[in-house]
Design a protein around this ligand. Sequence first.
Ligand SMILES: CCCCC/C=C\C/C=C\C/C=C\C/C=C\CCCC(=O)SCCNC(=O)CCNC(=O)[C@H](O)C(C)(C)COP(=O)(O)OP(=O)(O)OC[C@H]1O[C@@H](n2cnc3c(N)ncnc32)[C@H](O)[C@@H]1OP(=O)(O)O
Length: 162
Amino acid sequence: MSETSPQQGAESICPPVDLSGDAGWVPFDAPSLVGESLRFVSGEPDGNRFRVRYYRDSEQHLHARIWFGPETEGPPGHAHGGAVSAVMDEALGLAAWAAGYPIVVGNLNISFRTMLPLQKVVTVESRVVSAQGRKVMVHGRLFCGDAVYAEGECLCITLPGR
Ligand SMILES: CCCCC/C=C\C/C=C\C/C=C\C/C=C\CCCC(=O)SCCNC(=O)CCNC(=O)[C@H](O)C(C)(C)COP(=O)(O)OP(=O)(O)OC[C@H]1O[C@@H](n2cnc3c(N)ncnc32)[C@H](O)[C@@H]1OP(=O)(O)O
């Protein structure tokens, strides 16, 4: 039996993708706000899983430009629902942090509206829609052009003492 190298069968790294923002968006430095812990989604900006860049618009709303790579596959040729959920978890939770609320996510509801083809650049837009006591509600939508792939409602709970 011939030996196989761990490299054999590994997918090669996909070429660069354009994650630039819309006119008027300003790059948002997530690690400077929340530290380096967001590696699950944002940790490999040149890899084959997710590639993410965050921006804020002139009204300070957070936007994410995201490429779903081949390693996010669920249904053949399309993104795994957990991959979409992970992106929404990070992007909507980060939107609360960016709005000044030190939170963790307590509840996240995702509606998967359309299957998301792999190797597509999409946008997550988010809005902090309410803040009452420790509860901060953030809504978001993952889309490209007219195609909406997922919508999310994220209940964030502020952490006392932070
Ligand atoms: C990701 C690192 C997190 C570490 C945090 C530390 C430092 C933070 C630093 C950086 C963070 C960086 C980035 C953040 C951005 C994105 C990261 C992605 C987001 C995540 O991936 S984050 C991980 C997943 N997340 C969890 O791992 C949470 C596990 N969980 C808990 O840690 C507790 O469960 C907690 C704290 C949520 C609440 O616990 P608690 O004891 O402090 O407060 P309590 O239970 O009293 O709830 C107070 C009021 O919220 C209502 N409430 C609570 N939970 C609810 C629910 N599920 N549905 C409906 N209402 C709910 C109650 O009903 C009550 O409401 P009322 O006051 O009206 O009665």
